[in-house]
Design a binder for this molecule. Sequence first.
Ligand code: PLP
Length: 388
Amino acid sequence: MKEIYLDNSATTPLSEAAKQKMTEAMERYGNPSSLHSAGQAAEKLVAEAREQILLSLGLRPRQKDGVLVFTSCGTEATSLALFGSAYAKERRQATRILTTDSEHPSVARALDRLAADGFEVIRIPTKNGVLDLGALDAALEQKIFLASFMLVNNETGAIYGVGEAFRRIKQRYPEAITHCDAVQGFLKIPFTPATLSADLITVSGHKLHAPKGVGALYISSAMLKAKKIVPFLVGGGQEDGMRSGTENVIGIAAFGASVKELREQKTARAEHMRALRQYAEDKLASLDLRINRPARDYLPHIINVTLPHIKSETMLHALSADGIFVSSGSACSSHSHHPSDSLLAFGLTPHEADCSLRISFSDYNTEADIDALCASLSKGIDTLVRIK
Ligand code: PLP
């Protein structure tokens, strides 16, 4: 049976460019910190990947606008950003942190921990996928020291207008630290640290056809100079002292190769995604389900739908039996039985959230994949058990 993979917001298949680079990197066994030529060969791969990712963030690597710190995943990059700036905060008095009510658990749970440590965490509503700027302005009546907003929501595809939010924050409190979780938006929508007014940006390899086990945090040079962030992995001082530990050379090299390829094909990919989204929306419109379309900007790659009283897990397994893979919420939260916070924040009831599926595309998907999905969904809607 042909497998149809429509869960690309959870992870993506490896690109040929990533596979080739991994094969090459497997031969470069040196430790990138070693001074001999085997070490230098490995270091060269890491440096090339760093350059590609900085370029894709709209930076000129030699200008030293900031550094890119490789980590083991997006979650680790975000933990470094949030705990790293909170623990460096002795010099500041404010303890208030701003975020949204629909962050990925890597941000939401890190901030829960900071809240338990005495920080005040204020969550700005994102009803219908739109960041409430009025609530943001009201929250800025009192000083904040840190803000963490996601670029694109991983369950609904909503684009939150982080640039506008961070500009308002910086206007009021220039010293405030701004972190953006750009895991779902990197290389899908254009941005740079300057257009976002972001000091810290999280990205992750496996959402971009690179292997799992590699992520990165961009840190502005102003943050570093002012020592506004401290590492929590300490040791040999790799990655500008911000993340000790020998680098995952194979994963990093593949991340760089994938990112380079995606950047070069950006325009064609964006057109393919827009066309595929339109095709999918037209087809889904004939089925008995509701598309949870964000009220303003959204990424074409992610479609969230609510089924007519059919549990998402029941449908997910029925689709899986037909070789079609989607998700019943973010891959991380699908381990818990709690309805998705993102969908509740969007405005769905717990019952609706329980009956919602996420379909997410990559460049590799075709109209034939959508046809197969809709046929299988239609069969499921006619035959599967409905809940009250
Ligand atoms: N942030 C967002 C918005 C995500 O969708 C994910 C993964 O699903 C992450 C962070 C975590 O990235 P990683 O799986 O690399 O830790």
